[in-house]
Write a protein that binds this ligand. Structure first.
Ligand code: BV8
Length: 252
């Protein structure tokens, strides 16, 4: 067991989960760390080390340097496509088979879905989705002019990744569903997030304000430790299977 994982806190958390009615699980990049997906701020290795991801994941960066930003997303797609879900993803999928769970993720890597959580609410979109920047409404990927990035053959609009950039509103339905889950759960399990990006980072606090017990799982201190009733200091791939047993499955 992870060195600084408190056995009493673990046992108390096990009991809370077993007795919970509605569980909200909020995940961040840390849940995919053991799959080898660099966390949002780690993705800047090698070629990308001289850039700040929060500067690249912005619309004005895309308008200024479309080829650079588009290549950054292609690079991240390659990284993620080579990974597989880890025991943390599988454990969360297994929990949903036993309890009423709403899974809300800040991640864009699609690993929850590949681990068997088809209804993962993606607050920040998906790395592998595409959409258009200022499209004409008839932009069609099938006829797009290839390039970095591809462009609409009709209006010349740039294709862009289907993620939520900083300064952009979250998808309305996803945000509504996540906030509803936060306000109606009796247990909020926060896994692998630094708790720095809003409005996602405000959701555990909203759950607590509505009477939920908040458990944080993270090997390192996070901005949400203050909100937590219980902090389990360990890696998600180790802690989650200890909390309720995770169904191992073949990597998708
Ligand atoms: C919004 C998709 C309304 C893109 C992402 C100024 C101008 C505009 C907005 C703002 C502003 N100032 C503040 C804001 C709000 C802003 C924000 O919160 N900024 C922060 C930086 C202060 N939010 C927004 O802009 C949001 N929209 O508010 O719209 C609006 C509109 C206009 C103006 C104002 C408001 C949109 C936010 C979405 C941004 N898009 N991703 C892409 O991926 O390219 S966010 C991106 O970063 C990720 O998706 C993720 O959500 C976030 C990183 O957070 P984490 O997931 O927590 O990852 P991190 O690496 O930080 O931490 C990993 C954790 O895992 C660590 O704690 C580590 O200890 C732990 N860990 C490591 N290993 C393990 C582990 N845990 C468990 N097990 C392990 N093994």
């Amino acid at each position: 067991m992870a060195a600084d994982l408190d056995a009493q806190a673990l046992e108390a958390s096990r009991r809370l989960i077993a007795g919970a009615g509605n569980i909200m699980v909020l995940t961040g990049a840390g849940v995919s760390a053991e799959s080898g997906v660099p966390t949002f701020r780690d993705a800047m290795t090698g070629l990308w080390s001289r850039f700040n991801p929060e500067e690249l994941a912005q619309e004005d960066a895309y308008r200024r340097q479309p080829a650079l930003v588009w290549e950054w997303y292609l690079h991240r797609r390659e990284l993620v496509a080579a990974t597989h879900p880890n025991p943390a993803h599988f454990a969360i999928a297994a929990l949903a088979a036993q309890k009423a769970v709403t899974l809300v993720t800040q991640n864009v890597d699609g690993l929850h879905q590949r681990a068997g959580s088809p209804d993962a609410i993606e607050l920040h979109g998906n790395l592998f989705a595409n959409k258009w920047l200022d499209g004409c409404g008839h932009c069609d990927p099938a006829t797009a002019v290839p390039g970095l990035p591809p462009r609409c053959a009709i209006c010349g609009a740039m294709m862009r990744p289907g993620v939520v950039w900083f300064g952009e509103e979250l998808p309305r339905v996803a945000r509504y569903r996540a906030e509803h889950a936060a306000e109606n759960c009796d247990l909020c399990l926060v896994v692998g997030t630094s708790g720095l990006v809003y409005p996602a980072a405000g959701m555990p606090g909203a759950a607590k304000d509505h009477g939920a017990h908040v458990i944080v799982v993270n090997p390192a201190p996070s901005a949400l430790d203050q909100t937590a009733d219980t902090v389990l200091r360990g890696p998600a791939g180790v802690v989650l299977p200890l909390l309720w047993g995770g169904a191992p499955a073949a990597p998708a």
